[in-house]
Design a binder for this molecule. Structure first.
Ligand SMILES: *[C@@H]1O[C@H](CO)[C@@H](O)[C@H](O)[C@H]1NC(C)=O
Ligand SMILES: *[C@@H]1O[C@H](CO)[C@@H](O)[C@H](O)[C@H]1NC(C)=O
Ligand SMILES: *[C@@H]1O[C@H](CO)[C@@H](O)[C@H](O)[C@H]1NC(C)=O
Ligand SMILES: *[C@@H]1O[C@H](CO)[C@@H](O)[C@H](O)[C@H]1NC(C)=O
Ligand SMILES: *[C@@H]1O[C@H](CO)[C@@H](O)[C@H](O)[C@H]1NC(C)=O
Ligand SMILES: *[C@@H]1O[C@H](CO)[C@@H](O)[C@H](O)[C@H]1NC(C)=O
Ligand SMILES: *[C@@H]1O[C@H](CO)[C@@H](O)[C@H](O)[C@H]1NC(C)=O
Ligand SMILES: *[C@@H]1O[C@H](CO)[C@@H](O)[C@H](O)[C@H]1NC(C)=O
Length: 412
């Protein structure tokens, strides 16, 4: 009897530890399931925009349009509330390279200007509940292909924009706004003209087992960007791209309760928080991550142009290999200034290994607004470079990292 009571209370303590720990997605997330098909389409390698859109519009909630075989070409698509798009293994959905199809009405898409807001995304999910994209097939944004009637690819346009300090009007691959309980499962997203997978003010967002692939030369091709979103889980993904592998941002609303676990990053710009931290980013847990060949590893960036509080962030079991800036916490990103106040507090870096020489950066704002970072079980390679200002360290690192390879998801 006594023992039974003890056992019960021990179980209780464990549950409380797991479920009141606020540094993560508050939902209990498990591996998603692919919904049954409402219809199955065959791709003939011609433009199928209308066929796919009509099928999506007619599909009943809780079901998915299955692109069951072949190659599909399409202009912009909208996935309605409650409906899925299922692309099984061996099937590819290719984005049209005709800029006019993505245009917002002012003939800006496919050109360069000061705003870069001239294109619709390839796939939009807007004010929806329970929609998703599923299956082991491919969505190819074709950023590497010449735009119709032009000698330039979307990526050429991005490089040209950078050279003249302006912005490219390129479509994002998948944009999810003002939605609830959205799932992206297993799919491969490649060669987006711009960001691959972005949310805005979406509550309940599960990204599980997806692959993102784009070359280093693809500017602004961020992998997964939850923006101003809450209850986010990103798990078992493999992200290799030309900009932030994951970028957690808070541009128009706070970003809270994000879990990132069991992921692998190839080249890219690392696990980034910011630079849009305006509305605050909190309660982020990143566990079991390998970062291999990226520019940055653990990367929190803001400046006084953005401002905002980044707090209660935990990185645990992260292995970083061949990364120039393995840990970079910078409140002076791009030296942009304004009237905001960026603060990075309660950042914990635990059980982290950095296998190669690199440069570590910690730049806080001032003595009264330092970065507050805790190191616990952090091992780095000898011969590193280190820049620090206005940073309050708790704990320290040890210069004894060995080994030449990370595990699949961090230090296994
Ligand atoms: C998650 O699961 C635990 C244990 O089963 C349960 O106590 C808790 O209420 C669940 N939370 C949610 C948000 O469903
Ligand atoms: C996050 O999930 C928890 C648990 O399901 C829920 O209580 C809470 O309302 C969700 N937050 C948002 C902003 O939807
Ligand atoms: C496209 O053509 C223009 C004008 O002839 C030329 O300046 C530009 O370099 C070309 N761009 C590419 C990517 O070939
Ligand atoms: C979606 O949100 C982004 C901000 O993250 C905004 O730029 C875009 O216009 C929004 N799109 C729609 C259709 O609401
Ligand atoms: C990640 O995906 C790339 C393709 O982008 C593939 O070559 C690589 O083997 C994958 N790595 C892991 C660890 O799954
Ligand atoms: C992280 O990896 C460890 C060791 O492989 C495993 O025990 C743990 O469950 C993983 N964490 C998550 C959130 O899956
Ligand atoms: C620091 O953040 C962790 C989550 O990473 C949270 O559990 C803890 O309560 C926070 N500590 C303080 C003092 O706020
Ligand atoms: C580490 O890198 C720095 C700068 O990149 C370099 O100066 C230094 O010699 C390197 N140290 C070792 C041990 O390779």
């Amino acid at each position: 009897m006594e023992q039974y009571a003890l056992k019960l209370s021990a179980t209780f303590v464990i549950l409380v530890l797991i479920h009141t720990g606020s540094g993560r997605d508050l939902r209990n997330v498990t591996e998603p399931k692919i919904p049954p098909s409402c219809t199955r389409l065959t791709g003939n390698g011609v433009d199928d925009t209308n066929t796919i859109q009509r099928a999506l519009d007619k599909c009943s909630k809780g079901k998915a349009v299955e692109l069951s075989s072949g190659t599909f070409y399409s202009g912009p698509l909208t996935i309605p509330s409650g409906v899925g798009l299922h692309i099984p293994e061996g099937v590819t959905l290719k984005a049209s390279t005709t800029a006019a199809l993505y245009d917002m009405g002012d003939n800006k898409c496919g050109t360069i200007d000061d705003l870069g807001l001239g294109c619709k995304p390839f796939i939009t999910i807007l004010r929806a509940t329970g929609s998703g994209i599923y299956g082991k097939g491919v969505i190819n944004g074709r950023g590497d292909t010449r735009m119709t009637g032009s000698n330039m690819t979307w990526w050429h346009l991005a490089r040209e924009a950078l050279a003249v300090r302006k912005l490219q009007n390129n479509p994002r691959l998948i944009q999810i706004n003002d939605s609830v309980d959205i799932t992206v499962y297993q799919i491969t997203l490649m060669n987006s003209p711009f960001y691959h997978l972005t949310t805005s003010e979406t509550y309940g967002f599960t990204v599980w087992g997806i692959t993102i692939s784009a070359p280093t030369s693809a500017l602004n091709s961020d992998g997964i960007d939850p923006v101003g979103s809450q209850n986010v889980t990103i798990a078992y993904c493999n992200v290799t791209t030309g900009d932030d592998n994951i970028g957690i941002k808070a541009l128009t609303a706070p970003s809270r309760h994000t879990s990132v676990f069991n992921n692998f990053f190839g080249h890219g710009d690392g696990l980034a928080i910011g630079s849009e931290t305006n509305f605050g980013v909190s309660d982020v847990t990143v566990s079991n991550l390998t970062i291999n060949n990226a520019h940055n590893g653990i990367y929190i960036k803001s400046n006084s142009f953005r401002g905002g509080l980044v707090t209660d962030v935990l990185f645990e079991n992260v292995c970083i290999n061949n990364v120039q800036w393995p840990i970079n916490l910078d409140t002076r990103y791009y030296h942009m200034t304004g009237s905001g106040v960026p603060s990075f507090r309660n950042i914990t870096i635990r059980n982290v290994k950095v296998l190669t020489n690199g440069t570590f950066i910690f730049h806080g704002v001032s003595n009264s607004n330092p970065i507050e970072v805790t190191f616990d079980d952090v091992h780095i390679k000898k011969g590193f470079t280190f820049f620090e200002s206005y940073t309050q360290f708790t704990g320290t690192w040890v210069e004894d990292a060995s080994g030449s390879q990370c595990g699949h998801f961090g230090n296994e």
